[in-house]
Design a protein around this ligand. Sequence first.
Ligand SMILES: [Zn+2]
Length: 119
Amino acid sequence: MKRLLALLAVAAFSSLAPAAEPLNKVCPISGKPANAAITSNYSKTVAVCCDRCKSQFNATPKAYLSNILSANGVQCPLSKKKVDASKTVTYSRQVAFADAASKATFDAAPDKHIKEVRQ
Ligand SMILES: [Zn+2]
């Protein structure tokens, strides 16, 4: 019984734990320590060619960030084959900044600055 309860506790924990990455500790704009209270949500959705590319992306989204940023909507950013518009992937993460000015700089050109988020 004790063992079963432990297994249930693990299952409950893993279903509640968010898959999101932890907040970055360094502001990508100023290079100063980031304030967890000053954040932006970055999200970009692009089309891929098939479910295989989709699961490949979803396994390690960060590894494909530069592919996502250079996606042109014609070629799959993973395989370079023609995209299927019904198959999409989304890169999303929350970014923390040192101050409001840094957040404003990021928000003005998120695609340019998302690459500067180190962790
Ligand atoms: Zn594919």
